[in-house]
Design a protein around this ligand. Structure first.
Ligand SMILES: C[S@@+](CC[C@H](N)C(=O)[O-])C[C@H]1O[C@@H](n2cnc3c(N)ncnc32)[C@H](O)[C@@H]1O
Length: 199
């Protein structure tokens, strides 16, 4: 999974035609609203060209960071939201070294691309270092009966319990949700969401 690969997916398919497209990221917003207010520092890992940032800005959030290895995807999002004060970070999450902490760590359909156990452990070490106690993590992956591939790449599928266990120490699961996501071509994909508190 390279930046060029993801740039190509967005450029070839179009940001509103990709299988993961959502006009309104309702579950993300519901969970973020539940655990934070507009003063929170929110990071969206693998946020790509997604519309979570637009909706957070509309709600009044003003400390938003979007991390993605695709410059193309972030350009699409930045062109859409204009001059809004968003921190756009072009980085592979496997190499990212943030110089700050976040109240809310959000990841919809990026973590599941990490199929190597070492990379999964490194990811949760990064979350432990980046989210202080009392902060929250929201992660969505394909469910156990979801597709085996996403955007042409293999993914690790999870049950809610498996996803919570994957986090390791320092997290307390608060809530899990199962979702049938409707793709732009009318298909469905089973997702599992876990909201956890950093303890
Ligand atoms: C399935 S898309 C989901 C996009 C967005 N979260 C949403 O829900 O609309 C996965 C995104 O993760 C990004 N991505 C994949 N692997 C990544 C990595 N290792 N580091 C950072 N971003 C990554 C891709 O470029 C893509 O934008």
């Amino acid at each position: 999974m390279t930046a060029e690969y993801w740039d190509g997916r967005y450029a070839d398919i179009g940001d509103t035609k990709v299988s993961w497209y959502q006009e309104s990221p309702d579950i993300s917003l519901m969970l973020i609203d539940k655990v934070s207010d507009v003063r929170a520092g929110v990071v969206d890992i693998g946020g790509g060209a997604g519309r979570l940032v637009d909706h957070l800005l509309l709600r009044g959030y003003h400390d938003i960071t979007v991390v993605d290895l695709s410059q193309h995807a972030l350009n699409v999002a930045r062109d859409r939201v204009g001059l809004a004060p968003v921190h756009w970070v072009v980085s592979d999450v496997r190499e990212w070294q943030p110089d700050r902490t976040f109240d809310v760590w959000h990841d919809r359909a990026a973590y599941h691309f990490l199929t190597d156990p070492d990379e999964q452990r490194h990811y949760w070490d990064l979350v432990r270092a980046s989210v202080p106690h009392g902060g929250h993590v929201i992660v969505a992956t394909f469910a156990e009966d979801g597709p085996e591939m996403c955007s042409g790449l293999p993914v690790h599928r999870y049950s809610a319990e498996g996803l919570a266990a994957s986090m390791g120490e320092g997290f307390e699961a608060v809530e899990s949700i199962r979702e049938e996501h409707m793709t732009p071509t009318g298909g469905t994909q089973s997702f599992v969401w876990v909201l956890a508190r950093r303890v």
